[in-house]
Design a protein around this ligand. Structure first.
Ligand code: HEC
Ligand SMILES: [Cu+2]
Length: 394
């Protein structure tokens, strides 16, 4: 039941618009909204119409009117009162039936799709998301884990087990499904499906502390063959570039002091086509410098990054931060807040607190949590090497 025709309400669109739905769960929720809007809209027009009519028709027109005795007051016309009660009940039933149907539908994967549904554990951390694929076990390394980007097959139901390791968060992908809370010590679940391949924005929708507003994530829906290929790639250990490998092309320079987003005429391939940008990031970039990558890998150990992060098959066993095994193939960093460009990654590594004030990498990693004093800082040369290393992890 579309309410809006044509482009005159374009401001209702956008990456987090609940009017541009892309899957059956969000569609069911949008339909409930439209039914409610129409019913209450009609009631509003009727009541406001009667009120306007009575106000205009019976208003005092001169001083005599103003001082006239009030007209005879009537009270209680059984026919009108019973009629109004009946109409109200009918209006509520008219809203309740589709609402209940949608609640049942949204609660659980339909029986016919249970067999084929993909199961994913989505876990909220202050202030980022971890995704586990329980069906995908990696020999010697346990369950496949990704951070901040949930990749799913388009056209297939996805059942999400929602968990939190700290406070209450809420999982929301506006174009695919409404919000469901992630509650510590209590299992919650939801399901969603993307009709077509696409790139979708999500975010935490329950206030969860300092960085709540910048706790985001992405959902990337792929065709079945692309999804199968992604799984194979994701399950592989972090990519290793031998230190003595020849450079593929001259090193790509970047100016980390001027990320460009605010410069006049700036345009980003990522903004124009996020899914295309994501696909491109899956393969090695031109201009890799193997020596710099090897240096970055060393720094990754020396600077204690390994205490909180894992690059599977290479370095680290840390689990308090996002898994970085394939960080070079993700479109975003810092919990979906920044595009994963070299400039932004550089900024994040040298000044995480400037990007995302109070984040746990800064408060418990770069600073000593007991004294609040800085333990280390990454200087610009170190950051360049770490950026080269992290971007090589395809
Ligand atoms: C005390 C633990 C800790 C240490 C030490 C640490 N990190 Fe992190 N890191 C985190 C946490 C937690 C996040 C998530 C921050 C957020 O988005 O709120 C994170 C986020 C990141 C991200 C973005 C990942 C994503 O998917 O958004 C990168 C890249 C990263 N860290 C690299 C590093 C590097 C390189 C080092 C070493 C110089 C390092 N980290 C040291 C905990 C740590
Ligand atoms: Cu949250």
């Amino acid at each position: 039941m579309p309410l809006f025709f044509g482009g005159w309400l374009n401001w209702l669109s956008g990456p987090q618009s609940t009017f541009e739905v892309a899957g059956p769960v969000a569609k069911a929720q949008l339909n409930v909204f439209y039914v409610t809007l129409w019913v209450t809209g009609i009631i509003f027009v009727l009541v406001a119409g009667v009120l306007t009519y009575a106000t205009l028709k019976y208003k005092a027109r001169n001083t005599a009117d103003e001082h006239a005795a009030p007209p005879p007051q009537g009270h209680g016309n059984p026919l009108i009162e019973l009629g109004l009660i009946a109409v109200s009940v009918l209006a509520l039933v008219f809203i309740a039936v589709p609402t209940l149907k949608a609640i049942w539908y949204d609660y659980e994967v339909p029986a016919a799709e249970k067999e084929t549904a993909l199961e994913v554990n989505a876990i909220g951390y202050q202030w980022w998301f971890k995704f586990e694929y329980p069906a995908e076990q990696i020999a010697g390394a346990g369950t496949l884990v990704t951070g901040n980007e949930l990749v799913i097959p388009a056209g297939r139901a996805v059942r999400l087990n929602l968990r939190s390791v700290d406070v209450i968060h809420s999982f929301w992908v506006p174009k695919l499904a409404g919000k469901v809370d992630m509650i510590p010590n209590r299992g919650n679940h939801m399901w969603l499906k993307a009709d077509e391949p696409g790139y979708f924005w999500g975010q935490c929708a329950e206030y969860c502390g300092e960085d709540h507003a910048v706790m985001r994530f992405r959902v990337i829906a792929l065709s079945e063959p692309d999804y199968a290929a992604w799984l194979v790639h994701q399950k592989a250990p972090g990519r290793v570039v031998p230190a003595d490998a020849p450079s593929s092309a001259p090193a790509a320079a970047y100016d980390y002091k001027n990320p460009g987003r605010n410069a006049p005429g700036y345009s980003s391939a990522f903004d124009a086509d996020p899914l295309g940008a994501w696909v491109k990031l899956q393969s090695p970039e031109a201009g890799e410098v193997p020596a710099s990558i090897a240096h970055g890998r060393q720094l990754f150990q020396q600077k204690n990054c390994i205490g909180c992060h894992t690059v599977r098959g290479q370095e680290g066993v840390g689990v308090s931060g996002p898994d970085l095994t394939h960080i070079g193939s993700r479109t975003t960093i810092a919990g979906g807040v920044l595009e994963n460009s070299k400039e932004n990654l550089h900024r994040w590594l040298t000044d995480p607190n400037g990007v995302k004030p109070g984040n746990k990498m800064w408060t418990t990693g770069y600073n000593d949590s007991a004294s609040g004093k800085e333990i280390f800082r990454i200087n610009d040369d170190e950051a360049r090497a770490l950026v080269a290393y992290l971007h090589s992890l395809k």
